[in-house]
Write a protein that binds this ligand. Structure first.
Ligand SMILES: [Fe+2]
Length: 518
């Protein structure tokens, strides 16, 4: 990882890396967003997009699904625990409109589950017509907030808020129409569906469906360009490195991130990951803080910056596993464990592709390895685990134990210390790392705050924290012994003060401000 304060990395490389994670989080093969980007840039040039629109098209095509974890847990609950198969299944129908979406739900929602579970899921969908709007609004708002932290400009942010709109005004979240929809969105929407439908259903069916949606979901001029050029653009990327092709396609002088700002970008990646489950809020930043603190105080020969950054991205691969698994109260089945064990592998594959993040891959993806070979995903043993990998694994375990999980509440720091020492005695953890983590954990208690952000009151912070756990207004009211109406008023004030319109946006704000998490 770059350490010189003057060093810069290309924003496109970091964005391409997170696009691999959004592919996994939406049930698409890795490089789906890269393929969409290649197509989008070809179409943008064909329709004579402006310089600004070319740049926006590039970044919007890569970041369109940056908000995909915003409602992952709620959407998973809607589909028998599996948000990913829901997103994957709905993808070809989504821009076909409400009728197609409902048809898919009727046939496939909670597929494979007992009839009663399926019946409940379908009934839930039919009786909650606002569900899709809620999910998309949250997706757009969170995507926009994360992209702002990554460093995108105002036009691209606005476009990210409109990527599910339709040319005929029947899209979400705001129902804007025609040229009110940013040009970059109109291009990316067509390019994405062209790639997806051709891959899933083949060219003949894809062309028929795309034409049926002409002038409805898609701008006619862009669709015509796609039908003309799309097959050639897709054929171009069958050989060679699509990663390199996409990096070369960035229009204008490449956007860069200064060395000190890289932590901000990776901080956004951390929040993107932790939104996957309410049990994970603040986990990645907590591990990063702890690992950095240890390497700065107890182990000066370790690279504190590398450890911090590895902590921020260590769980990126979690987004490839359905939220229902992370949120499951009971024991996991063997099959579910297999999926869990893959998450560190996915972290490795996302990072290893990206030049500036490649150096983090080994440390970040080894956080579940254990000294005795009982960990995953490589089942490495002590001799092949470096001091940095041992430290991150120990920090991750300690931090996880102090956070609630579906099957247990959070352990007190002293109980977590006992568990860490027990893991050392069993030969699973490195004794020196455990000692350093426990020492640092005693020093990293956050100081009290003198004021809340954005002028929030004590009571509003209390409500915001409960809101972020997923409680309804009614349940928050019961917890605070006030009326639901009072809670509703608080929520309205909170949203106004922090500038969001969805619970997922408020949750992300709370995470960014360190108001949730252990
Ligand atoms: Fe993990």
């Amino acid at each position: 990882m770059a350490t010189s304060p003057n060093e810069q990395v290309r924003l496109a490389e970091l964005v391409a890396a997170i696009s691999l994670a959004t592919d996994l989080g939406t049930g698409q093969p890795m490089e789906h967003a890269l393929r969409t980007c290649h197509l989008s840039m070809g179409l943008a040039r064909e329709v004579d997009a402006t310089v600004q629109d070319l740049s926006d098209t590039y970044y919007v095509s890569l970041l369109r699904f940056l908000g995909c974890t915003a409602e992952a847990s709620a959407d998973a609950a809607f589909n028998a625990g599996d948000d990913i198969s829901l997103y994957e299944g709905l993808a070809p129908s989504f821009m076909g409109g409400a009728f197609e979406v409902m048809g898919w739900m009727w046939r496939h929602l909670a597929e494979g589950q007992p009839p009663l579970t399926r019946g409940r899921a379908v009934l839930g969908a039919l009786t909650d017509p606002k569900g899709a709007e809620r999910s998309i609004r949250a997706h757009c708002e969170v995507g926009e907030m994360l992209a702002r932290r990554i460093g995108l400009g105002a036009p691209a942010l606005r476009a990210l808020g409109s990527t599910f709109e339709r040319w005929d005004g029947k899209g979400l979240p705001n129902g804007i129409a025609g040229e009110e929809i940013p040009a970059s969105c109109r291009i990316v929407i067509v390019a994405r569906d062209f790639e997806l439908l051709n891959r899933v259903w083949g060219p003949e069916t894809a062309t028929r469906i795309l034409l049926e949606r002409k002038g409805k979901a898609y701008e006619p001029r862009v669709l015509e360009a796609a039908l003309r050029l799309g097959p050639r653009l897709l054929a171009e990327i069958e050989d060679g490195s699509l990663w390199d092709t996409v990096l070369e396609a960035e229009p204008g002088p490449p956007l860069t991130v200064d060395e000190p700002r890289i932590d901000d970008v990776l901080g956004a990646f951390a929040h993107f990951t932790d939104l996957k489950s309410p049990f994970l809020y603040g986990h990645s930043t907590g591990v990063a803080d702890l690992a950095e603190q240890v390497s700065m105080s107890g182990a000066p020969d370790l690279d504190a910056s590398l450890l911090r950054r590895a902590g921020l991205v260590h769980d990126l691969g979690r987004v490839a596993v359905p939220s229902g698994i992370w949120n499951k109260e009971g024991p996991l089945s063997d099959g579910q464990w297999e999926r869990v064990r893959l998450h560190s592998y996915y972290t490795e594959r996302i990072l290893v592709r990206c030049g500036p993040l490649g150096k983090l891959a080994e440390v970040a993806s080894s956080h579940h390895e254990r000294m005795d070979g009982s960990g995953y995903h490589r089942r490495s043993k002590a001799p092949s685990l470096t001091a940095a990998t041992r430290l991150l694994a120990t920090a991750d375990m300690f931090r996880a134990m102090t956070e609630p999980r579906p099957h247990r509440s959070s352990l007190s720091p002293s109980h977590a210390a006992d568990e860490l020492n027990r893991a050392c005695r069993e030969g699973k953890l490195d004794v020196l790392s455990a000692r350093a983590v426990l020492e640092a954990a005693g020093e990293t208690r956050k100081p009290g705050r003198s004021a809340w952000p954005e002028g929030l009151t004590d009571r509003e912070v209390e409500v915001l924290r409960l809101l972020a756990t997923g409680l309804s207004n009614k349940h928050i009211a019961r917890r605070l012994t006030v009326s639901p109406k009072t809670v509703g008023r608080h929520v309205e004030h909170i949203y106004g003060k922090i500038g969001v319109s969805t619970r997922a946006g408020a949750t992300l704000f709370a995470m960014e401000q360190g108001l949730v998490g252990a």
